[in-house]
Design a binder for this molecule. Structure first.
Ligand code: NDP
Ligand code: 8X3
Length: 253
């Protein structure tokens, strides 16, 4: 039987790239995100190219009932999940804390922290029943450092870092691996979402240096997931060569 990976936020960027990588490696996939049209298109493409089974489940990770209903509603064979990639996440805004938009704060906290927890609560129990599994949490360099105006986004990613450590401790006795992958600057839809559709502002984030692309992180995630059974990578930070810290990027122009 093929192994199964559940990838949250598979409609774009790092999650979509992970779907391609795990499909190439012969995994059957559960792909989630809010944009059902993108999930359907991706599932069809991967099914045609790799002849794997793909289940799609469209839900908003912020909505606890939707998460439970959607995951519990999958046919029972899909509970044999080997790898969970907790990738769905976002940033909204880049403002000093005294000027921050409170709705944006709620969105980031509800998505990056609470959404990740809702999914993990369900899938970790499947893994415990199965006696195996690997949870890979997508953190950020923003979970290791705090930068100007990054306040709440950085706090959510610091929370992911802490939850990763907590999961590692709590799930150890069940034989479940837990890893955090912390990317630096990756050119995806991330900045467009942060700047609410302002494509020009988003583009500027990646100007003057070569950023990572989503596939760089997907290949790192695959490396982490494909270590032998007795090896767990707890934590890994991956950056563009031109970046040494959250805000320290060498730009040629
Ligand atoms: P993208 O914006 O390209 O993709 C984000 C994904 O998350 C989409 O598939 C989106 O799907 C999903 N998502 C967002 N909100 C929700 C929600 N409420 N419910 C369900 N799914 C949701 O960004 P990236 O690929 O760059 O981001 C992936 C992860 O990587 C995030 O956790 C981000 O914080 C992290 N990261 C990104 C970095 C970067 O520089 N790009 C650097 C460090 C970390 P949909 O909109 O269809 O729901
Ligand atoms: C995304 C990277 O540096 O914008 O997590 O916070 S950064």
């Amino acid at each position: 039987m093929a192994k199964i990976a559940l990838i949250t936020g598979a409609t774009a960027g790092i999650g979509e790239a992970c779907a391609h990588t795990f499909a190439r490696e012969g995994y059957d996939l559960i792909l989630t995100g809010r944009r059902m049209d993108r999930l359907d298109t991706l599932a069809q493409k991967l099914n045609d190219k790799y002849n794997i089974e793909v289940a799609v489940s469209s839900f908003d990770v912020r909505n606890r009932d939707e998460v439970i209903r959607s995951l519990d509603g999958l046919p029972s064979q899909w509970r044999q999940v080997d790898v969970l990639v907790n990738n769905a996440g976002l940033s909204q805004g880049l403002d000093p804390v005294n000027e921050g938009n409170i709705d944006d704060w709620d969105t980031m906290i509800d998505t990056n922290i609470k959404g990740l927890l809702y999914v993990s609560r369900i899938v970790s129990n499947w893994m415990i029943k199965n006696g195996r599994g690997h949870i890979i949490n997508i953190g950020s360099i923003a979970g290791k450092e705090v930068y100007a105006n990054g306040n709440v986004y950085c706090a959510t990613k610091h929370a992911v870092d802490a939850l990763n450590k907590g999961m590692r401790i709590d799930l150890l006795s069940h034989g479940i691996k837990v890893t955090a992958v912390h990317p630096g600057a990756v050119e995806t839809e991330f900045s467009e979402v942060r700047f609410k559709g302002d494509k020009d502002r988003a583009k500027k984030v990646y100007e003057g240096f070569e950023p990572l692309v989503a596939n760089d992180i997907a290949e790192t995630i695959w490396f982490v997931a494909s270590r032998p059974a007795h090896v767990n990578i707890n934590d890994i930070v991956v950056m563009p060569t031109a970046q040494s810290g959250a805000t320290n990027i060498f730009r040629s122009k």
